[in-house]
Design a binder for this molecule. Structure first.
Ligand code: SF4
Length: 703
């Protein structure tokens, strides 16, 4: 018997707002903000307010398994037995012939933790390959590298309450006003109540977030490292440093000092395209702050030097000693509801569950022993874009895609499309038919969506929440854990015979015992009865941990935080070529989310930004004879799109912007932004660069 009213968590961004869900007299689901929830205190943004439309409208939902026997035949409806027997048969035969590394799984930051855990256990523990990666690779992997290198663990030290305690904020490469609206509203309210609060925004575009900034540093794309190093230099020059913290709790300060002192203010200003005064003003605000927080997202992470940008920004928190106390700290913003949970269960090709390290033989043994398997393959698996390369060159023969739409979200769409066509077998497990990826599926498996299954998620501030099942999934759709466990058993693997989802959670929670993310004393009952908890929750009745590192003992071998020195400061300019004189940066709009398979269904969410457009500066438009509303052709070395121009002062000369959401299915191939992007990745984090593609623009003339 399902309950009349339940509490859950919004299924969009990583802010993790609480919602109350009930049914109205017409048996339709209604959603409102949960006034008791510590994250949003009843508030919801436009996407959250319209969650119920997505649930009530099932017209796009995948209802039955579908399969095709050959590429020349259409897919047809089959039973679950036929579908999963075929999947197991094909995977078994490919693995027997070509080895376990010939198959791969591509999952999502929208998966619940239990689903993520089972997928990783299946692939890394039982199939015997590390070829499982996630779409979080596209947004967070550079931040993971930054945290691990700086603090010794992939850990966000603080929490949202620090917003109301801090006085100076640096928002770097993020537009939370649109992409993390409730968190931004908290910041806005805080500033309204406390006029002395300072906000610095670093972004090549004048965004709604920049509109409330005291200082907007409209830097040229890719130049962030120079900026943060120059700010670091000025902090040293003016003595705005925490000597005690640096001496007792950090290492690498001397190298940091040498690196930043090598940066001249005039050169940094020239490279960044701002003034020396801007750099000094930002440094003064940070240096004089009693509580300094930095927020960042894709503008830093999605770069071929994403890891280096993260080091440079994190260094500012270390040099000022602004970490491990209330009202301060570095804080990466996650774009997906369970990007953090995915990292906890080792949801990337180079990670192991419970933050254990694939490169560490002892960790591999511990994980193998916990799962009762002989060993864990020591070789890192293919990352998101490497899977595409491996499909292209035939090394990867089968791919199973869960809860994500890579044909719109991966860079270099044409290459990704060709690679999927080459695959011997493609499984797509998802909820919606509005996905470009389904076109390439040999097997489609309908999955249960939000409110149709139970499980847990972790938001950006390490807060775990329980999501109950409230309604039944449509048609024959099944929870992802059921599908994966059923497949695993058909493959002949033991260890997947769970009675229910709480048993999976319990197994994972026990696996965390003794680690830095210990939740072994947190169970479904506590989550249901007491609400959300921030990990670790490592003792009986433990209340959770809002802030880490208050004892200034970090998780590095020396227990000190580490200054990491960016080695590459600005390779962006190297990519610019005479034939492609403009820099394209891509991003999100306020009312759409990812590839629009959910938000694209809601009419009222289309009014704010109805169609994808090319945002271009007046000067660049004038030089090309482009007027507002003209159709333009945007071309890179990788492909082309055709869009109307929107001339705006919000973007600086030499830079253009296109939102990333629209794909073939919801618009047309010529509106798919990732036709243009390169697929070049940060060599450390393997995160693709979506923020710096060299393009040329022409007015489109119909022939
Ligand atoms: Fe949902 Fe994020 Fe909006 Fe909160 S801010 S309602 S989590 S989309």
């Amino acid at each position: 018997m399902l309950e009349k009213e339940v509490k859950s968590t919004c299924s969009y961004c990583g802010v993790g707002c609480g919602v109350v869900v009930r049914k109205n007299a017409r048996n339709r689901v209604e959603v409102e903000g949960d006034k008791d929830h510590p994250v949003n205190k009843g508030m919801l943004c436009s996407k959250g307010m319209n969650l119920h439309y997505v649930v009530n409208d099932t017209s796009d939902r995948l209802l039955y398994p579908e399969m095709r026997w050959s590429r020349s035949h259409p897919r047809e409806r089959v039973s679950w037995d036929e579908a999963l027997d075929r999947a197991a048969g094909v995977f078994r035969s490919i693995i027997e012939k070509h080895g376990p590394d010939s198959v791969g799984f591509y999952v999502s930051g929208q998966c619940l933790t239990e689903e993520y855990y089972i997928a990783n256990k299946l692939v890394k523990g039982f199939i015997g390959t590390n070829n499982i990666d996630t779409n979080s690779r596209l947004c967070m992997s550079s931040a993971v590298v930054g945290y691990k290198k700086t603090f010794g663990e992939d850990i966000v030290p603080g929490n949202y309450e620090d917003i109301e305690l801090a006085d100076t904020f640096l928002i770097a490469g993020a537009n939370p006003a649109w992409c993390h609206p409730i968190l931004f509203r908290r910041l806005e309210n805080h500033k309204q109540k406390n006029p002395d609060v300072k906000i610095i925004v670093v972004d090549p575009r004048k965004t709604d977030s920049a509109a409330i900034a005291d200082l907007h540093l409209q830097i040229l794309p890719g130049t962030d490292v120079y900026l943060y190093n120059a700010i670091g230099r000025y902090l040293l020059k003016k003595g705005y440093v925490d000597k005690n913290f640096i001496k007792n709790h950090t290492e690498g300060f001397r190298e940091f000092r040498e690196a930043v002192q090598a940066v001249s203010f005039s050169k940094a200003a020239e490279i960044c395209g701002i003034t020396i005064g801007d750099i000094k003003e930002a440094a003064m605000m940070i240096g004089r702050s009693g509580g300094f927080m930095s927020f960042w997202a894709m503008g830093l992470n999605q770069s071929i030097i994403g890891s280096e940008k993260n080091y440079a920004l994190l260094n500012l928190s270390l040099v000022t000693g602004q970490v491990g106390k209330p009202g301060c700290g570095p804080f990466s913003l996650t774009g997906q509801p369970n990007a953090m949970g995915g990292r906890e269960v080792g949801g990337m090709a180079n990670l192991l569950a419970v933050h254990k390290d694939l490169a560490n033989p002892g960790h591999r043994e511990e994980v193998a022993s916990f799962w009762g398997v002989e060993k864990i393959n020591p070789e890192p698996g293919y990352t998101a874009t490497e899977m595409i390369d491996a499909l292209e060159d035939g090394k990867l023969k089968a791919i199973w895609i869960i809860c994500t739409n890579p044909m719109v979200s991966l860079p270099n769409s044409k290459k990704a499309e060709a690679a999927l066509k080459k695959a011997r077998f493609v499984v797509v497990q998802d909820i919606s038919g509005n996905s470009d990826t389904i076109e390439h599926a040999d097997l489609v498996l309908p999955a249960a969506g939000w409110l149709e299954k139970e499980g847990t998620m972790t938001n950006s501030e390490r807060r775990i929440s329980y999501l109950p099942k409230y309604i039944h999934p449509p048609g024959e759709a099944r929870p992802d854990v059921d599908i994966l466990c059923d497949f695993a058993q058909r493959m002949g693997f033991g260890g997947f015979n769970y009675g229910n989802t709480p048993e999976i959670y319990e197994e994972y929670a026990q696996m965390t015992k003794g680690t830095h993310i210990d939740i072994s004393y947190l169970n479904y009952d506590r989550l249901k009865n007491e609400g959300t908890f921030q990990w670790p929750v490592s003792e009986y009745r433990h209340p959770g941990t809002p802030r880490l590192f208050q004892d200034k003992k970090f998780y590095t071998p020396s227990q000190k935080a580490v200054f990491n020195i960016p080695k590459v400061t600005n390779p962006g300019f190297l990519q610019k070529e005479p034939d492609y004189p403009l820099v394209l940066t891509t991003g999100r709009v306020r009312d759409q989310w990812h590839t629009m398979t959910k938000t694209g269904k809601v009419a009222r969410l289309k009014t704010h930004y109805p169609d994808p457009v090319l945002e271009i500066n007046m000067v660049d438009a004038y030089l090309k004879g482009i007027r507002n509303g003209d159709v333009t052709e945007v071309t890179s070395k990788y492909g082309q799109v055709r869009l109307r121009a929107k001339i705006t002062e919000n973007i600086r000369e030499g830079v253009v912007f296109i939102p990333m959401h629209w794909g073939k299915k919801l618009k047309s191939d010529l509106n798919r932004t990732n036709n243009l992007t390169s697929g070049i990745v940060d060599p450390i984090s393997k995160e693709p660069d979506f923020k710096y593609t060299a393009v040329r623009i022409n007015k489109y003339e119909k022939k």
